[in-house]
Design a protein around this ligand. Sequence first.
Ligand SMILES: [Zn+2]
Length: 298
Amino acid sequence: MNLTWQIGDSTVTRIEEQLGAGSYPPDQYFKGFDPTVVQSNLSWLAPNHYVPESDALITSVHSWLVRTKHHTILVDACSGNHKDRHFWPRFHMLETPYLERLAEAGVAPEDIDFVMCTHLHADHIGWNTMLKDGRWVPTFPNARYVLSRRECDHWDPAKNPEGADDPHRRIAYQDSVLPVIEAGLAELVSGPHSIGDQLLIEDAPGHTPGHILLKLLHPSGGGVFCGDVIHHPIQIYAPDWVMCFCEDPDQSRKTRRRVLEHCADTGALLLPTHFGAPHVAAIDRSRDGFAARWINPG
Ligand SMILES: [Zn+2]
């Protein structure tokens, strides 16, 4: 069942693709890992975020379906079905009922006005396209796909042959980003960018060079859809731990702290892409940093 939160006069629904144990134990997943932080937070980490018996981190892959008064927006597009990701078994040749879950939320692909990808890693762009008659075509035919220009340039082999040389990333760009650009549906943004009067896109580099985030603005605090600015809730307590695939560790720490401070100062809810249940947190300040206050749906 899809979970829905009310934020101001908008609704936010989690569309799940997958939820379960990640591929790496915490000491490989995080640079700077310190097991004593996990031990001192075990009371809330287990079982939704960490399984002590197997030393496994629980991670989710989901989209956020945001319905404002004027627009229907999908934030991050998970891994997609039937995609060749043989280098990452968790994302390889999936057949998940993702579109059925979207339908359960009352939304058909044609209803989506905007798709916003925080960055162009394979687990955030997959449902940008689907297989039709042997070709990858945009899944959301009436949407504008909002992508970071800097991020697109980074993964475009014609513009950055060196950066796009990674075969894992190149195949994902070719089957999940290029068809959207070629169909004329991409809107490439640089710097702050508004969608209507309630949504604001900002740069949030570090995990990747062109990573962006989406703020849902509301006087009560709103929310921040921050993709992979933060991967796991233990990083609220250890913001300087860097996920192993972050391209610029120092910048990722700076951006993570900036977002946590923003949430703590304004009351904005934190809505990342990979947090386990209940997936959404408010951020409080604690004596030595930050603390999570979990927000249940409803
Ligand atoms: Zn990710």
